[in-house]
Design a protein around this ligand. Structure first.
Ligand code: PGA
Ligand code: ZN
Length: 424
């Protein structure tokens, strides 16, 4: 049995300079863990709700002092003398204490901070690396322990809400050759990023303009031109389309969905017309996955998109699914998607996210574990993606310390697994 002795929360700042929550957890017996939660910008309507102070005179209303106070007060008080068998029991305790379906009373940010800090402390108590702890959770629930090192999907160019909306779609990402080892994948994609920096200078006369996740944001004339730019940079870096790399698109279409229509780079389209644009992309580019191709509640549109495109590319749901079991079940039943973008803070606890993962995996779906656009220097995401054996991890560009923390942790885990160095 595991007992929490003390929680120490702290309001810290994320990669956008906005407040977020970090929590340190002490277990009786002395093991400790510390974790920080991220925050999104192009958030889905159906996500668990993070608690923000709303005081316009402090961090423009985004302060997390109430969330921090809930951890130090109500949550900590509720844990006194309580023993938990495992992560699932602790998480259920937090969900019951909150009492709302979207965790809006205590805040998904405070609840996830405790859930994750507990995971880190429990891993320390068991003297196992965090990725092993996550793998054990998965194995206990699934009765299987898949072994797979996640392939990164890496932001190259950005638009949409992450980059001042110079083009409608949010991100064009690179996907390295899966048969290469992770360090080689990173090296090859890093070169494409460097080429893209030079490309910006030669084509647009610009030095770096980067979006929230490190994606480069030159003033492309259209979303299609952004894809052409990615292909050109990969080509200049000596990579062959399909053989050496693929591209992925996060359209984040909820954010250019206006009055039931899609406004793609100034052109108004209905869902079927937009899907035709995507079909053109799938035919012309090595399109690995299409994330949020349509808006978060356009279920009929998603069914049509699945019908037209599922044999060509992964139909990946982020805002559509919000890591939420019910929405994933609905998408399975309606045949609206075949891949899950999993973000812990969309659903608020480690166990709920694991539940979502299992539902998706049981349906044969593909799993992408993802960072948020507002991240911290914490690297637990790398451990989660390895432990839960995701096919892909989506971290952002190979730039900015909050992204590199995850890539560096992946390098460390990769070295310890492949060279049989002591566990880290
Ligand atoms: P967000 O964006 O973290 O701002 O929601 C990431 C994504 O859309 O995948
Ligand atoms: Zn997305």
């Amino acid at each position: 049995m595991i007992q929490i002795e003390r929680l120490r929360p702290l309001e810290i700042l994320d990669s956008r300079g906005n407040p977020t929550v970090r929590c340190t957890c002490w277990l009786t017996g002395g093991a400790t863990g510390v974790c920080a939660v991220p925050a999104g910008a192009s958030t889905g309507k159906h996500e668990a709700v993070e608690l923000r102070d709303g005081d316009a005179f402090r961090y423009r209303g985004l302060g997390c002092q109430q969330a921090v106070a809930h951890i130090a007060g109500e949550i900590q008080d509720s844990l006194r003398g309580v023993e938990f068998r495992d992560q699932a029991e602790l998480d259920q305790h937090l969900i019951d204490l909150d009492g709302t379906p979207n965790l809006g009373r205590l805040g998904a940010n405070s609840i996830l901070a405790v859930s994750l800090a507990f995971a880190c402390a429990a891993a320390a108590a068991q003297r196992v690396p965090l990725h092993t702890y996550f793998a054990d959770l998965c194995a206990a629930a699934d009765q299987i322990r898949p072994h797979r090192f996640p392939v990164p999907t890496i932001n190259l160019f950005s638009g949409g809400m992450h980059a001042g909306q110079q083009v409608a779609i949010q991100d064009v990402l690179l996907v390295p050759k899966p048969s290469h080892e992770f360090p080689t994948q990173l090296e090859a994609m890093s070169e494409v990023y460097r080429v893209a920096v030079d490309f910006m200078a030669s084509e647009y006369g610009m030095r770096y303009l980067t979006a929230d996740e490190g994606g480069l944001a030159p003033p492309f004339s259209s979303s299609g031109a952004m894809l052409d730019g990615a292909m050109e940079c990969a080509y200049r870096a000596g990579l062959a389309a399909g053989a050496d790399f693929a591209v992925a698109v996060d359209a984040a279409a909820s954010h250019f969905h206006v009055n039931g229509q899609y406004v793609l780079d100034g052109v108004t389209l209905d869902a079927h017309q937009l899907v035709r644009v995507y079909e053109g992309w799938a035919n012309n580019y090595p399109l690995y996955s299409l994330e949020d191709g349509l808006a978060e509640d356009d279920w009929q549109g998603w069914q049509h998109m699945y019908e037209r495109l599922a044999d060509k590319t992964l139909i990946l749901g982020d805002d559509l699914l919000c890591t939420n079991r019910q929405r994933i079940e609905q998408a399975i039943e309606l045949r609206a998607a075949n891949a899950l973008l999993l973000k812990l803070n969309q659903i608020g606890t480690v166990s709920r996210a694991l539940d979502a993962l299992q539902v998706a995996r049981a349906a044969g779906w593909h799993i992408v574990i993802s960072a948020r656009s507002g991240e911290t220097e914490d690297a637990w995401l790398a451990d989660l993606a390895v432990g839960w054996s995701a096919q892909n991890i989506k971290v952002g560009s190979i730039a900015q310390s909050e992204r590199l923390a995850k890539y560096n942790r992946l390098l460390e885990i990769h070295a310890s697994i492949t060279r049989l160095e002591p566990p880290v």
